[in-house]
Write a protein that binds this ligand. Structure first.
Ligand code: FAD
Length: 380
C-alpha cells in the first residue's frame, strides 16, 4: 500500500514524490488531472518540430545553487540569457528600461543629459524605482519617470490585471525600475537556462522511480475524500500523508467561494518564416490586446523553416474553462485564503504545497526550494 498520496504532478508534486521515493524508499501514488506531467511547465514538440511551452514561456533563473544542482540531477541544460524587447512608440527597446532604451527613444541631447544626471546621482548599475525618480526634484528625471510609467508600465498592467487606471495603486506601480546600465538581459541571476530536452522530460525523469506510481487523467475527487477530520482513499480511511498541490478552494468544495485568479488566453500560431522577431519575447504595453509575443525557437533553436509564436491575451479565470495563472491579491482574498487554511488544519496529515494550494505566485526555483524545504520539515 501507499504511505503517501500526492495530488498534482507539477514541479511541487514531482519534487516531493522524488524525494520521498529516493530518500525514504517509500511508495508514493501521484494523481494528476491532466493527461501529462510537468504542470504549467509542460512542453512538447509541435508540428513545426519546435519545443513549445504549452502554458506560456518558462525560463529557469535562480541564484540558488541548491535548486540548480538538484534539478541538474534530472536534466542537462541549454545556457540561455533571456532578453525582452518592448514595442514602444514604434521602436523595439530593451526591457527592463535601461540606458540603451533611453538612447533609443529620446532625442540624443536629452538622453545624454539624463544619463549624466542619473549616473551622477544614483551610480552606474543602480536599479532605481520610478517612484524614487519621481521624487528627485529634478524636472528632467521626473519627466523620465513619468515617461517610463506611461509608456512601459501603465497599459501593460491594465491589460494584465484588467484594471481601470483609478484602481491602480501608485505605491505598487511605482516599484518598476529604471536600470542604469547597458546590460540588456531580462534577468541577472547566477543560473539561467532551459532544460536541454525540455521541462516535461526533466519531470518524467524525476518521477521515473520504482516506488512512484503515476495516475494521469485522474482528479483527486475520484480517489480522495476529506471528512470529519479524516482522509479517505478509495472509500477507506487513509493513514498516510496526503500532499496536495491543487487549488485549496476546490479541495474544500468552494465552501467560502472561489479564490480569484487572472488567466491567459494563449494563442499559438505557426508562421511561414524562419524567424519572426529578434528575441524570444517582445512585450506590447500600448498596442494590441495581447501583452506579449514569444517565439520559441529562440529558447530551443531548431532547424525548421517555419516558426511558432505565442500571443498572450490576459482574461478572467473561469473554473473549468481556462487555467488559474496569477492569484488576485486583495485584503478580502487573503482573508478568504486564511479561512480555507483553518479548514486544512483540521487534517493533521494533509500537507499543502505549490502555487495553487498556497495561493501564491512562485517562480519555478521558488517552488523547488519550497518543496525541498517541506520535505525536510514535514516528511523527514
Ligand atoms: C504564464 C506563466 C509563465 C511563467 N513563467 C515562468 C518563468 O519564466 N520562470 C519561472 O521560474 N516560473 C514561471 N512561471 C511559474 C511556474 O509556472 C510555477 O512556478 C510552477 O508551475 C509551480 O509549480 P506547481 O507544482 O506549484 O504548480 P503547477 O505547475 O500548476 O502544478 C499543479 C499540478 O496539479 C494538478 N492538479 C491541480 N488540481 C488537481 C486535482 N484536484 N486533482 C489532480 N491534479 C490536480 C494540475 O493539473 C497541475 O499539473 C510562470 C507561470 C505562468 C502562469
Amino acid at each position: 500500500m501507499f504511505k503517501y498520496i500526492i495530488v498534482g504532478a507539477g514541479l511541487a508534486g514531482s519534487v516531493m514524490a522524488e524525494r520521498i521515493a529516493s530518500q525514504l524508499g517509500e511508495r508514493v501514488l501521484v494523481v494528476e488531472r491532466r493527461r501529462h506531467v510537468g504542470g504549467n511547465c509542460y512542453d512538447e514538440v509541435d508540428d513545426n518540430g519546435i519545443l513549445v511551452h504549452r502554458y506560456g514561456p518558462h525560463i529557469l533563473h535562480t541564484d540558488s545553487e541548491e535548486v540548480f544542482h538538484y534539478l541538474s540531477g534530472f536534466s542537462e541544460w541549454r545556457e540561455y540569457q533571456h532578453r525582452v524587447l518592448g514595442f514602444i512608440d514604434g521602436a523595439k527597446v530593451p526591457l527592463p528600461f535601461n540606458l540603451n532604451s533611453l538612447r533609443m527613444l529620446l532625442p540624443q541631447s536629452l538622453a545624454e543629459r539624463l544619463e549624466e544626471k542619473l549616473v551622477g546621482r544614483y551610480g552606474f548599475g543602480a536599479r532605481v524605482p520610478i517612484l524614487e525618480l519621481r521624487e528627485s526634484g529634478d524636472p528632467d528625471i521626473e519627466f523620465l519617470a513619468d515617461y517610463v510609467y506611461r509608456k512601459v508600465f501603465l497599459n501593460y498592467t491594465r491589460k494584465q490585471w484588467g484594471l481601470k487606471p483609478e484602481e491602480m495603486d501608485p505605491e505598487v506601480t511605482g516599484r518598476v525600475p529604471v536600470v542604469l546600465s547597458r546590460d540588456d538581459r531580462y534577468f541577472t541571476d547566477r543560473y539561467q537556462a532551459v532544460p536541454r530536452d525540455g521541462y516535461t522530460a526533466m519531470v518524467e525523469r524525476m518521477l521515473d522511480h520504482p516506488c512512484i506510481k503515476l495516475m494521469l487523467n485522474t482528479s483527486h475527487h475520484e480517489v480522495l475524500e476529506l471528512r470529519d477530520g479524516q482522509i479517505h482513499f478509495m472509500g477507506s480511511e487513509f493513514r498516510g500523508k496526503v500532499i496536495f498541490t491543487g487549488k485549496i478552494d476546490e479541495l474544500f468544495g468552494y465552501r467560502y467561494g472561489e479564490l480569484p485568479y487572472r488567466s491567459l488566453d494563449l494563442q499559438f500560431e505557426s508562421a511561414d518564416t524562419e524567424w519572426f522577431q529578434e528575441v524570444a519575447t517582445v512585450n506590447y504595453p500600448n498596442d494590441y490586446d495581447f501583452t506579449r509575443i514569444t517565439e520559441f525557437k529562440h529558447l530551443h533553436p531548431t532547424d525548421s523553416r517555419r516558426t511558432t509564436l505565442l500571443r498572450e491575451y490576459p482574461c478572467t479565470h473561469i473554473d473549468g474553462e481556462n487555467e488559474a495563472c496569477y492569484p488576485v491579491f486583495t485584503d478580502e482574498t487573503r482573508a478568504k485564503y486564511e479561512r480555507y487554511l483553518e479548514l486544512a488544519r483540521e487534517f493533521e496529515d494533509l500537507i499543502l504545497v505549490g502555487r495553487l494550494a498556497e495561493y501564491r505566485y512562485y517562480d519555478m526555483d521558488d517552488i523547488v526550494l519550497r518543496a525541498l524545504q517541506v520535505f525536510e520539515e514535514r516528511i523527514l
